[in-house]
Design a protein around this ligand. Structure first.
Ligand SMILES: Cc1ncc(COP(=O)(O)O)c(C=O)c1O
Length: 473
């Protein structure tokens, strides 16, 4: 629960008694929405010290606020802004920033929210030690290399060549603010406005946003359930670049095999174009060994000059870290650094050093191995729960990998109604339509994406049962 910083709370000048003045001041903060519901308010001792009034006055005021329903007392834990305010005093304005931010972040991480790893499983204590060591090194608190600290680039280079056969060295890696910044830099470094960029459809909306922002001429390539990207349509198209998620197409959960990968690489060569390969969650494959990255495959035949490889720490660590990376051909490094420099300058330095050590000490790999086992179990649990509660009404069309499943059904409830009903049960359902920013192109089935990364094993079945009830009713 967030703690409230009393900030500018002060007693009104003309109050009849201190207790009444304090009561009015706190009530006004709550009623106007500045103190969010469920937040913890300061202890009586702390507030008395801050306002330089007696603790008895604060205690009596809190009692009155509890009595009138503005705050709640929780035994042994303190006082909290009530979840349900008295009807007569609902917040006067609804644009209260703190409340809004906390509800947005909660929404984004709730049951079945896609793209969120199991946040409780991350070895935070260990990570904190790494961060603490580097945050207390004055020598690295200044600016660093805009490309990213060399230690981190070296650690990533070792990791990527070993695990994904990426053709790289530290000089070809650029550290970014999540994969998102890498996508923008890749687009800016290789495409001019009006150049054609091929996008998977349905596809990753965050890339569509980049294309729109830079006014690129975007052209969709269909991704079909189970069979995946329409390779023939792609090969018949001329374009400057293709954005692709070959290991686990987002959101359809299909994969591109080696033969198809080679065809696409040759296509890029013939077009003198680019492949922007987003390898966002390739570490989590449960059914088969992962395919070699497209960049690595291209490297084996001397064509890695046509591939920009992009990865993220959001899935293997946690989204809030906001660290990602790109591996680019040597001749593109300077241009990408120039763009990054103009956009954000260098990345948070002590975090980069902490991450470099975390990887070099084998902690990242240890965590990935543990999470691979857990996500495999979660995938199996959600699959069985869906079969049990939905029966033949729904089918899972995504492969066994990553942190989500993609569901398909025909007729019955529509995607948006299911989403809204689930919302009332505190369940996030991402409609397939969300990944089709230009319309559904006559799709005659319905679909949703459920993320199981941040839903605990024991919660999966009960939540699927609730979702099935929404689906049926
Ligand atoms: C397709 C795809 N690419 C990349 C990412 C990671 O993005 P970022 O590193 O900006 O969090 C995600 C996260 O959900 C994703 O779904």
């Amino acid at each position: 629960m967030p703690h409230i910083d009393t900030g500018d709370l002060k007693l009104p000048d003309n109050c009849t008694t201190l207790q009444q003045g304090l009561f009015d001041a706190i009530r006004s903060k709550i009623v106007q929405g500045y103190w969010a519901t469920a937040s913890q308010i300061p202890s009586t001792r702390k507030l008395a010290e801050e306002l330089k009034i007696s603790r008895n006055t604060v205690s009596a005021t809190y009692e009155q606020l509890v009595f009138e329903g503005y705050i709640e007392s929780r035994k042994g834990s303190g006082f909290y802004v009530s979840l349900e305010l008295p009807d007569d005093y609902l917040p006067e304005h609804h644009s209260q920033p703190t409340a809004l931010i906390s509800s947005v972040s909660l929404n984004k991480n709730r049951a079945f929210a896609p793209g969120v790893p199991d946040l409780c499983q991350f070895p935070l204590k260990k990570w904190q030690r790494y961060v603490q060591i580097h945050a207390s090194r004055p020598s690295i608190l200044g600016n660093d290399d805009v490309q990213g600290c060399h230690e981190l680039r070296q650690a990533l280079s070792d990791y990527l060549s070993a695990s994904r056969s990426v053709m790289c060295n530290a000089e070809r890696i650029i550290i970014t603010s999540g994969a998102q910044q890498a996508l923008s830099i890749a687009a800016m470094a290789t495409l001019n406005s009006q150049d054609t960029l091929l996008l998977e459809y349905p596809g990753y909306v965050q890339m569509d946003k980049v294309a729109r922002l830079f006014k690129l001429n975007k052209h969709p390539i269909a991704v079909h359930p189970v069979t995946g990207l329409d390779i023939n349509a792609l090969l018949a198209t001329k374009a400057k670049a293709l954005y692709v998620t070959p290991s686990n197409q987002y959101p359809m959960g299909t994969t591109i095999n080696t033969e198809q990968r080679l065809k696409i690489i040759k296509w890029a060569q013939q077009n003198k174009g680019w492949i922007i390969e987003d390898d966002y969650d390739s570490e989590f494959q449960f059914a088969h060994r992962p395919y070699t990255s497209m960049q690595g495959l291209a490297g084996q035949i001397g064509l890695d000059d046509h591939v920009i490889y992009i990865g993220s720490l959001s899935k293997v660590m946690f989204n809030g870290l906001r660290l990602g990376y790109m591996v680019v051909p040597e001749h593109l490094v300077a241009r990408c650094n120039e763009i990054k420099d103009a956009l954000t300058g260098d990345s948070p330095v002590h975090m980069q050093y902490a991450l470099a050590d975390f990887i070099a000490d084998g902690e990242l790999l240890r965590h990935i191995r543990k999470m691979r086992r857990l996500y495999k179990q979660k995938h199996q649990t959600i699959t069985e729960a869906i079969e049990k509660h939905f029966g033949a009404n729904i089918e899972i069309i995504s492969q066994a990998s990553g942190l989500h499943v993609t569901l398909r059904w025909h007729g019955g409830i529509d995607e948006e109604t299911l989403r809204m009903k689930a919302e009332q049960q505190d369940i996030v359902v991402r409609t397939l339509n969300y990944y089709e920013p230009d319309g559904s192109n006559g799709r005659d089935w319905r679909g949703v994406v459920l993320g199981y990364g941040n839903t605990s094993l024991s919660d999966i079945e009960p939540k699927i049962a609730k979702l099935a009830a929404c689906f049926a009713g």
